[in-house]
Design a binder for this molecule. Structure first.
Ligand code: ZN
Length: 335
């Protein structure tokens, strides 16, 4: 008989503009990880169009799941449970994954485990670091989120800080419209060329704010244009990046020192930004903090991370019913 802890999880993620499915064995071994991205499609419109995202998810999801099973060399007979992102995200996009997961789980009489998207991002760190166990701290930075999280235990999270306005990735995207290829050209620029403001928030030492910085960069560029002055996009990219990275590193390290937890992980799309990763790695080394980060493929939205998170939720007894619904503003730690 199969041991209860030996679990092949079929995981589904469709919260934004990637349709993804994966098969994950015991939360840490990725048997397959298929991602169908809509990014190029949405680029035509300058941002993710929710209606188009939902429609594309519907078109792709069956194919993506079939590929995931095929690549893992398993069939639905080998699957023990189904995990799916049910929030936060775009409601129409989430619904496609949730409906699909419910249909498969119902038809196959399998347990259904709803997963929080951020919990997925954090759990991406388990995939390539077999020795990583809670408690640890995690900075989750992506297009939609900037969270500093204390992972007390599997499935047990305390949000220490979050962004008050724009996510770090959102500020990046907006600035990148004025300065394309920002991560690459920033390497060639002078990070001290322009001094951009770093927001500090009274009474909330771990919270972030990036909208002021974003506006300052865009105003600086417009000012130069209006005065007919030339500017070096590489210098602005480097200076902007320095301001973002410094705030993220400073608050992250303060949290590590104050909590006395000397394991630090990063996650989310911005975690694959080379400057941020290098700066946090160095700051951790200086303080003898162990540093963890996922490979870029597990930083972007993917389903393997949902399979990792889903496994620990499953072990903790989380089971969702056929009434599981998409929750666009789901809070971390809610069930
Ligand atoms: Zn994400």
């Amino acid at each position: 008989m199969k041991e209860i802890r030996d679990i092949n999880m079929l995981a589904i993620e469709s919260s934004c503009d990637e349709t993804a499915a994966a098969v994950v064995h015991n939360g840490r071994e990725v048997l397959s990880n298929i991602i169908s991205s809509q990014i190029d499609l949405h680029k035509l419109y300058g941002g993710v169009v929710p209606e188009i995202a939902s429609r594309k998810h519907i078109e792709k999801i069956n194919q993506v799941i079939e590929e995931a099973l095929k690549e893992a060399d398993v069939t639905l007979d080998d699957i023990d449970a189904v995990a799916v992102t049910y929030g936060p995200g775009l409601v129409g996009a989430l619904l496609v994954g949730v409906a699909e997961a419910k249909a498969i789980a119902y038809a196959r009489n399998l347990p259904l485990v709803g997963v929080h998207h951020i919990e997925g991002h954090i759990s991406a760190n388990y995939i390539e670091h077999p020795d990583l166990e809670p408690p640890f701290l995690c900075l989750v930075a992506s297009g939609g989120h900037t969270h500093l999280v204390l992972v007390r235990d599997y499935g047990n999270y305390e949000i220490l800080g979050r962004t008050r306005d724009d996510a770090a990735g959102e500020a990046y995207d907006k600035v990148a419209r004025a300065i394309p290829k920002i991560d690459r050209i920033a390497k060639e620029g002078n990070p001290d060329a322009v001094s951009f403001p770093k927001a500090h928030i009274e009474g909330a030492e771990y919270d972030f704010s990036f909208s002021g910085l974003k506006s300052a960069v865009l105003n600086y560029i417009n000012g130069c244009k209006m005065k007919g002055e030339s500017y070096d996009p590489a210098d602005i990219a480097a200076s902007f990046q320095k301001a973002v990275v410094e705030v993220l590193v400073e608050k992250s390290m303060k949290a590590a020192e104050n909590s006395g937890i000397y394991k630090f992980a990063i996650a989310g799309g911005v975690a694959s930004n080379t400057a941020l990763r290098a700066a946090i790695k160095q700051a951790c080394e200086e303080r003898q903090i162990r540093f963890f980060h996922p490979s870029p493929v597990y930083c972007t939205d993917n389903a393997a991370m949902i399979g990792a998170a889903g496994y620990y939720e499953f072990l903790a007894g989380t089971r969702h019913g056929w009434d599981l619904n998409a929750v666009p503003n789901l809070k971390l730690g809610e069930r």
